[in-house]
Design a protein around this ligand. Structure first.
Ligand code: PAF
Length: 278
């Protein structure tokens, strides 16, 4: 496994792989790897000759009052997990390597970047789109692996790939959950024991929403069903919404539905979602 910190070395190494006809699968992360990330690495390992993992806590996607400084960092643990997962190249850039110019060019996401997560976290998706675009320019992967857990991020990145003509296939892997349904997330590490128990309310809310949707409930009924469950647990709801999984607009007709939930459990903000095919 090669550990690379500069864009120049990364390009040189992967250029050789590409010249020799090897396919490249890329898993971008902010580190603190957990089984959710490992499932992305396993899928990349299954589909490609070369697997590249990036670990970079991207300052541009955190708001001024968010947890950038506190975000969990564990380089030694991430390298050991990457080695065990059969990763070929780990890219670990410093902030100056990723953002050499203060006030430089960025990717701006339109409507999809300003609703739901984008409304609660202004600028977040510009930060995600910018760093993913930069990383894809550095790695030039054949396939990009993302988790369904961050459904709006998936929609933003897929749209950006089309809008900016990247020509990269996106592989979306299912959310990995704890036995009580809590979606794995690096931020779960912030939860106290009591908060950890209450956090499972997000999954129970999604299940309640699913039952309402499957018995023909209109979007407002489904949203109410989700809201009731989280509020019973004393979890502070940010939003519970039902949307079209591609456009994130209000659902129409009989296509699939995406149930989205965001809530604060103590000081920790968690998100989850559930895709329902109809
Ligand atoms: O999902 C994440 O961990 C991040 O948003 C990503 C895609 C690595 C960009 O920093």
């Amino acid at each position: 496994m090669r550990v690379i910190r500069s864009v120049r070395d990364l390009r040189r190494t992967l250029g050789r792989d590409r010249d020799e006809g090897r396919t490249i699968g890329f898993v971008p992360t902010m580190g603190a790897l957990h089984p959710g990330h490992l499932s992305l690495l396993a899928a990349a390992r299954r589909d490609n000759d070369v697997v590249v993992l990036s670990v970079f806590v991207n300052p541009m996607q955190f708001g001024p009052s968010e947890d950038f400084a506190a975000y969990p960092r564990d380089e030694a643990g991430d390298l050991a997990a990457a080695q065990a997962a059969g990763v070929d190249v780990v890219f670990l850039p410093a902030t100056e390597e990723m953002y050499p110019h203060d006030g430089g060019a960025v990717v701006h996401v339109g409507r999809l970047g300003t609703i739901l997560e984008g409304a609660s976290r202004p600028g977040h998706f510009d930060g995600v789109a910018t760093v993913v675009a930069k990383l894809m320019n550095m790695v030039s992967p054949d396939r990009l692996y993302l988790g369904q857990k961050d459904a709006q991020q998936v929609a933003v990145v897929k749209a950006m790939i089309e809008d900016l003509s990247f020509g990269v296939d996106v592989v979306v892997c299912p959310t990995v959950r704890e036995p009580d349904g809590l979606a794995l997330s690096s931020r779960n590490a912030y939860l106290s024991d009591g908060e950890r128990q209450r956090a499972a309310a997000l999954w129970r809310a999604l299940q309640s929403g699913r039952r309402a949707a499957e018995s023909g409930g209109a979007p407002d009924v489904v949203e109410k069903a989700m809201k009731t469950v989280v509020e019973e647990e004393g979890v502070v709801l940010d939003y519970a919404r039902v949307v079209d999984p591609v456009s994130f607009a209000s659902p129409s007709g009989s296509g699939p539905l995406l149930l989205l939930i965001a809530a604060r459990v103590g000081p920790t903000r968690l998100i989850d979602n559930l895709l329902i095919s109809r």
